[in-house]
Design a protein around this ligand. Structure first.
Ligand SMILES: [Zn+2]
Ligand SMILES: [Zn+2]
Ligand SMILES: [Zn+2]
Ligand SMILES: [Zn+2]
Length: 239
């Protein structure tokens, strides 16, 4: 098999470490939801790609045949999105030797930044060779002497900078440098994800709150909303 660096860290299929919860599995592709969305009409959840393709063929829900169009699709509950994004998956380079596992949402970053078993293009002028990231530190060119490696002496560093400057004609010259997994960056990605999920939950709660206010109608007013106001004579007590 041939290892290749996926563009933009895109992953289209995952290998899950644990057996997925059946409630999180799309009935069309039989794998845990990718970009899950829920129908507003019948509340069924699918991968967006799966249900969009199904609607293009037949405009009905594959589960209950309820009439369906793309306009009836909304993002799934953030809790569902969280549960599938946090499922643990294997690195797709496992056949090549990478035993890394991580939460699904972190896999693209592993592949694009730190997987040692992904091939990256050498940015050295006139080289362009595909080299496994783990072999990159040993990858050398004829016009490259050992003095040009990052050294403790100021002179060595100067030579190194000059080389970087000449190599920077290619826009991706710095992105291929060997990078270690930065724990802060991983934590940052996780936190961003959690915040967006929480924002979704807050929106749902806000809508529910409005629905409750609406249902209460004349019984609800901002001033009387406190618990203290619920007292005999307020009209809420029953006989
Ligand atoms: Zn699907
Ligand atoms: Zn349905
Ligand atoms: Zn890997
Ligand atoms: Zn090279």
């Amino acid at each position: 098999m041939e290892a290749s660096a996926p563009s933009g860290g895109m992953v289209t299929s995952y290998t899950y470490v644990d057996t997925p919860n059946p409630n999180l599995v799309c009935c069309i592709c039989r794998t845990p939801f990718l970009d899950p969305c829920t129908t507003r009409t019948c509340c069924h959840t699918f991968c967006y790609e799966c249900i969009a393709r199904a609607i293009a063929i037949s405009r009905q829900c594959p589960i209950d045949r309820c009439p369906l169009s793309l306009l009836d699709l909304g993002p799934a509950d953030p809790l569902i999105r969280n549960l599938v994004d946090e499922m643990v998956v294997e690195c797709p380079q496992r056949p090549a030797g990478c035993t890394y596992t991580c939460q699904r949402l972190l896999l693209p970053a592993h592949i694009s930044d730190s997987c040692e078993y992904v091939e990256v293009a050498c940015s050295h002028k006139g080289c362009g060779k595909q080299v496994l990231r783990r072999d990159f530190t040993r990858h050398r060119h004829n016009d490259e002497s050992k003095d040009e490696e990052p050294a403790a002496s100021g002179h060595g560093l100067e030579a190194n900078h000059e080389q970087e400057a000449t190599g920077s004609t290619s826009p991706s010259s710095t992105s291929n440098s060997v990078q270690l997994e930065d724990p802060l960056r991983v934590e940052n990605a996780l936190l961003k994800h959690r915040i967006s999920a929480l924002e979704g939950v807050v929106n749902i709660l806000r809508h529910e709150m409005q629905a409750v206010k609406h249902a209460l109608g004349p019984w609800y007013s901002e001033d009387d909303a406190g618990f203290n106001s619920v007292a005999p004579g307020s009209g809420i007590s029953r006989d």
